[in-house]
Design a binder for this molecule. Structure first.
Ligand code: ACO
Length: 329
């Protein structure tokens, strides 16, 4: 077989075709199955988006089950354990996937009745320890829809590699969780939360950000590898955030965003450095009082939709993914 040498990070290498989503980085459009994200974020429940994206027959949300205690603190690890232990019937994969957020939420607060309602309502009620406000549940739902899918990011690729071997859905999803757990993936807005916290306690936000840039630091929540416009996910989340955040939170977040955009445009006039999804994801999850250490796992719940869709697409159309490495002693 002839050797084809590609960049070590596989940048720009097309390894498969997909009908699940399309990223138009020039125009700043993200489409799920040909529908613009902007049309979906506020109109679709995540639990309906998931079967639509994954082309699965719909089913009702299962009731919360009792979960034996899980003896690890890290919420992502808990999610992986739940994936491996939750009841799975290959004939009804959707019921299995919809069980995961409920079981995960129940590990946070086993005594909190999640009530009935949307998945976002139930999850947030468990994490907040009281019935969630309708506007807050809608905001979490919109967040999950916005982060549900983003083409062949590292974790989705990992799920597809596992699926390509014929692995089952639960094990393939744990490959996604493992890959998401590293700091380079995104989906963990700690950097943004730290920036907002610092900004809340400083006298002059512009000076704070300027000093960071002078030290060669990057401003978290700005810039993107693919989008050469504002990240369409940031647009959707900004809208949601402004509806649920307190006036002080809105003022602080806009002040940081405005100052960052001004400084970045000034320093890099030939590069579009706009707000990315992480900025408003961090602000939104903080406004929803999701504990910071739960942000990655909350992101993972949303991304279950994309992972499941890619698992199924790989299963139906895929071939074993098995590249080669050149031995270099
Ligand atoms: N703050 C300050 N400077 C920046 C930023 C930023 N947020 N983003 C890019 N730049 C600068 C770079 O320093 C670089 O300058 P140089 O040419 O003088 O070295 C120039 O702009 C171009 O940067 P690249 O590294 O080529 O941009 P790239 O497209 O590779 O990086 C990335 C994209 C990694 C997201 C970058 O913008 C960044 O580090 N942002 C901050 C971290 C962040 O918000 N991460 C979440 C991204 S969203 C997601 O992954 C889902």
């Amino acid at each position: 077989m002839a050797e084809i040498i590609v960049p070590s990070g596989l940048e720009g290498v097309v390894v498969t075709e997909t009908r699940i989503s399309e990223i138009d980085g020039t125009q700043g459009i993200l489409r799920y199955r040909n529908r613009a994200l902007a049309d979906l974020a506020e109109t679709m429940l995540w639990e309906d988006l998931l079967p639509w994206l994954a082309e699965l027959p719909s089913t009702s949300i299962p009731a919360t089950e009792t979960q034996p205690p899980i003896l690890v603190d890290d919420p992502l690890r808990r999610l992986a354990i739940i994936m491996l232990t939750a009841a799975y019937d290959p004939k009804n994969p959707l019921a299995y996937v919809l069980r995961l957020p409920l079981l995960l939420g129940a590990t946070f607060n086993p005594d909190q009745d999640p009530g009935s309602g949307s998945m976002a309502y139930r999850f947030l009620s468990m994490l907040n320890g009281h019935p969630a406000a309708t506007s807050a549940a809608s905001a979490l739902n919109a967040y999950w829809v916005v982060v549900a899918e983003h083409s062949l990011n590292a974790s989705t690729f990992a799920v597809r590699v596992a699926a390509s071997t014929g692995a089952d859905l639960p094990l393939s999803l744990t490959a996604g969780v493992a890959t998401l757990s590293g700091p380079l993936h995104g989906g963990a807005p700690e950097g943004v939360l730290a920036l907002l916290e610092e900004a809340a306690h400083c006298q002059d936000i512009s000076s704070l950000l300027r000093a960071k840039l002078d030290r060669g630091e990057r401003l978290m929540g700005f810039g993107h590898r693919v989008y050469r416009t504002e990240d369409p996910r940031a647009v959707a989340l900004r809208q949601m955030f402004s509806r649920i955040a307190s006036p002080d939170q809105v003022r602080l977040t806009s002040a940081v965003e405005d100052a960052a955009l001004r400084l970045l445009a000034d320093r890099k006039p030939d590069r579009v450095l706009a707000t990315n999804v992480e900025f408003y994801a961090g602000a939104l999850l903080a406004a929803l009082k999701i504990p910071p250490e739960w942000c990655s796992a909350t992101f993972a719940v949303g991304r279950l939709a994309g992972w499941t869709a890619h698992y199924r697409e790989q299963q139906t159309t895929g071939r074993l993914i098995r590249p080669v490495a050149r031995y270099r002693p």
